[in-house]
Design a protein around this ligand. Structure first.
Ligand code: HEC
Ligand code: HEC
Ligand code: HEC
Ligand code: HEC
Ligand code: HEC
Ligand code: HEC
Length: 402
């Protein structure tokens, strides 16, 4: 009897906690929209980008296509997917203003689209208020999420307290045949915590928790994802590659030629900064460092962000020129980064994962002409369904390791 009560209660609490965990993972579409899209989009009004109301209809409810577009619209237009032509037309309609790639997860983008679908215009009274007012207000969803958290925690505490109270009282009633005073109460409470079953369950939960975080920790050891060192000059990709749309290859000249993308020399900066002596944010101070480097013939000491171990061979030309990949597939939305950070994990699993999935257009180049003839034949006869980097040997150890 004692065990059964305890079992029921503990299972209940555990289930509740699991449920809580699940709820915490739910995506808040409105908050995500405000944080990532609201600078260019409104749901019911055209801004820099189109009004997003009715977007499901315009994309024939093809949510996969919409997600792919949001992740990287530039790549989407080129990819020859079902709505690529539509996207190209839209791009032209918006005077070739590029919708920047969004580094969001599929579920997050889905949550944003769900928010758009469910969106109701504020009623006439509030809609009449001046638009400028609501731009200055702190996003109320922040308060809501804090509030929700507090309420949930409170409820959990109260529930736990009630549960413990009930158990203790029940035990006391059972064992002491109704005599309930402080002594019997504490005695049976101690009894609960000495109970082997309770100890086992609590122990298991703790061990599982520790194990889980250890594995997480170990899996990320040695990887510098999100590494963002301070650079000697406050150089902004957002300003140069984003706002002024300077081509990545203008500065990273090695990217189509060889292994290294290369970091631009001071001379490349000087092509423009000969004339541009002042910037919008730092005035003359940061740009003066370029002149200092130029006049003293001393290279700027940029801190390297991406570092593969020496045993790995990686070539930019292979990926950018031969495979035609966009920088953003591996480096994320650099053109939105004030300071660059390491976007991808750069683990072996990361390389291999893409090599397994990425299809290669073997008609495009004659790099592997002899193998390609055979592959085309296999494809025609249905021996293979698609040609990925893996099919071309991209998972062989020696391709990536010296
Ligand atoms: C820097 C401005 C900017 C930001 C930020 C931005 N967009 Fe866009 N978006 C645009 C522009 C411009 C277009 C239209 C031109 C084009 O297609 O490139 C567009 C087009 C779209 C379209 C296609 C609309 C249609 O009518 O078919 C969707 C969907 C979209 N954006 C969703 C999003 C979502 C979701 C976010 C946030 C995660 C977002 N955008 C963030 C500028 C932006
Ligand atoms: C005006 C010149 C310029 C342009 C244009 C430019 N970059 Fe850079 N990039 C730099 C400089 C300088 C650094 C080194 C300082 C830093 O990390 O911010 C750098 C660093 C980087 C790094 C990190 C390198 C490392 O240390 O591992 C990446 C990745 C990168 N750029 C990608 C891009 C991409 C992608 C684009 C185009 C969207 C681009 N860059 C456009 C000048 C430029
Ligand atoms: C193709 C032209 C071009 C090149 C090349 C270029 N810049 Fe710039 N840079 C600009 C423009 C345009 C501005 C903004 C000027 C403005 O808005 O007043 C700017 C602004 C800046 C600023 C001031 C930022 C601020 O907010 O105050 C810094 C620092 C800077 N650049 C560093 C560099 C460095 C370092 C390099 C070389 C790696 C470089 N730039 C290469 C065009 C260029
Ligand atoms: C297939 C993934 C991939 C693509 C696509 C890619 N990069 Fe890289 N990039 C990397 C990796 C991996 C490194 C680290 C290389 C190393 O440490 O040897 C790197 C390093 C860099 C660096 C640091 C200097 C260097 O070469 O080590 C710059 C700058 C850079 N990339 C810019 C770019 C630009 C610009 C583009 C697009 C034209 C681009 N990358 C496309 C994966 C990629
Ligand atoms: C976003 C996808 C992507 C990622 C990430 C990626 N690759 Fe690749 N890689 C490709 C594609 C596509 C090709 C095929 C190029 C071709 O031959 O058309 C390729 C080809 C190669 C090749 C030549 C293979 C051959 O057949 O000779 C090597 C070597 C290579 N990659 C190494 C790496 C390493 C090392 C990493 C991780 C640091 C990496 N790649 C990450 C997409 C990727
Ligand atoms: C697509 C590219 C690629 C292929 C194919 C590949 N590797 Fe790797 N490998 C990497 C990269 C990148 C790293 C460095 C990052 C890491 O430690 O995960 C690495 C790391 C390793 C390490 C760890 C070295 C250390 O310092 O911890 C070993 C061992 C290894 N590879 C063995 C292999 C073997 C065996 C194969 C063939 C079955 C293979 N690799 C195929 C890209 C590749």
């Amino acid at each position: 009897m004692l065990k059964r009560i305890l079992f029921a209660i503990i299972t209940g609490v555990l289930l509740f906690l699991v449920f809580l965990g699940g709820a915490a993972y739910c995506q808040d579409g409105e908050a995500l929209f405000k944080a990532n899209c609201a600078s260019c989009h409104k749901v019911d009004k055209k801004m820099t980008g189109p009004a997003l109301k009715g977007v499901h209809d315009r994309w024939d409810n093809q949510i996969e296509e919409m997600i792919a577009f949001v992740k990287n619209s530039q790549a989407y237009m080129k990819a020859g997917r079902p709505k690529s032509d539509y996207a190209k037309k839209l791009y032209a309609e918006y005077n070739n203003t590029l919708m920047p790639a969004q580094a969001l997860k599929d579920e997050e983008i889905k949550a944003i689209f769900d928010y758009i679908l469910a969106y109701k215009a504020p009623d006439a009274a509030t809609a009449g208020a001046p638009a400028a007012a609501d731009e200055k207000k702190v996003d109320p969803s922040v308060y809501y999420s804090i509030l929700t958290l507090v309420v949930v925690l409170l409820v959990v505490c109260i529930l736990l307290a009630i549960v413990v109270g009930i158990v203790v009282t029940a035990l006391v009633a059972k064992e002491k045949r109704g005599v309930l005073n402080w002594e019997t109460f504490t005695a049976s409470a101690r009894g609960i915590f000495r109970n082997k079953f309770v100890l086992t369950v609590v122990g298991l939960v703790v061990i599982l928790g520790v194990l889980n975080s250890t594995i997480d920790f170990a899996a990320n050891i040695n990887f510098n994802q999100n590494y963002q060192p301070v650079q000697p000059i406050a150089f902004s990709h957002k300003l140069h590659a984003g706002q002024y749309q300077i081509d990545c290859k203008y500065c990273h000249i090695g990217v189509e030629k060889g292994k290294s993308a290369t970091i631009p020399s001071t001379n490349i900066c000087m092509n423009c900064h000969n004339a541009i002596e002042e910037g919008p944010k730092y005035g003359r101070t940061e740009i003066a460092k370029i002149y200092e480097s130029y006049q003293n013939n001393k290279p700027i000491e940029w801190v390297k962000i991406h570092n593969l171990p020496d045993l790995v061979y990686f070539s930019h030309a292979q990926h950018v020129k031969v495979a035609g990949l966009e920088c953003q597939e591996c480096h994320g939305p650099v053109e939105q980064m004030e300071e660059v950070y390491q976007y991808a994990k750069l683990s072996m699993g990361w390389c291999v994962d893409c090599h397994r999935k990425k299809e290669v257009d073997i008609n495009k180049d004659d790099y592997y002409r002899s193998i390609h003839a055979q592959l085309r034949e296999d494809l025609k006869q249905g021996k293979i369904k698609k040609i990925t980097v893996e099919t071309l040997g991209g998972l062989e150890c020696a391709r990536c390791h010296y």
